[in-house]
Write a protein that binds this ligand. Structure first.
Ligand SMILES: [Cu+2]
Length: 178
């Protein structure tokens, strides 16, 4: 009886802590681009999951990062040339979000930006392979990371990977993705 009650409260805890642990993804800011790669390497825009944080890292030059007008995700960093300066924004909406540097780029006022500009693409949390659709491959991908005890499988972010993390993934997988 005691044991049963314990299981029940574990289940309620699970419902209460639906938010998955999230990653922080670094985007380099340099003259004149935004990229997952440091300067000199191919420019790649970030693709993340809902709840993840983008950390822009100043890597040379005087820049800022601003969301375009009308964006469901809004942020505005200070303009600075300080090497190693960082600015964080946590994304809570699924979609593709354009942004720009107001010194070397511009807002097109149609949801896009030009010049020194980039996009952050935000996928649903069950989209494990980040390809824009949720299917068996995502499930298998999570299962692989779970079995490999990969840190990314620790969805409740408590430092251990166990059944509760698996259930969190299952919940996300069964939740419709906009
Ligand atoms: Cu700039």
């Amino acid at each position: 009886m005691r044991h049963k009650r314990g299981l029940l409260s574990a289940g309620m805890l699970l419902l209460a802590s639906g938010a998955a642990a999230a990653d922080t993804v670094v985007v380099y800011v340099y003259s004149n681009d935004f990229s997952l790669n440091p300067r000199g390497e191919p420019v790649v825009d970030a693709v993340i999951r809902v709840g993840d944080t983008i950390r822009w890292l100043w890597d040379g030059g005087f820049h800022d990062t601003l969301s375009v007008e009308g964006s469901a995700e809004t942020w505005a960093s200070p303009a600075t040339a300080e090497l190693g300066f960082t600015f964080d924004h946590t994304f809570t909406h699924v979609g593709e979000f354009s942004y720009y540097c107001s010194i070397h780029g511009y807002d097109n006022f149609d949801g896009t930006a030009g010049g020194m500009a980039g996009t952050i693409t935000v996928r649903c949390s069950a989209d494990w392979d980040l390809n824009g659709s949720i299917n068996t491959l995502d499930f298998i991908g999570y299962l692989n990371d779970f079995n490999a005890a990969d840190e990314s499988a620790d969805l409740d972010g408590n430092g251990t990977i166990n059944t509760l993390d698996f259930l969190l993934y299952l919940n996300a997988f069964n939740t419709p993705c906009p």
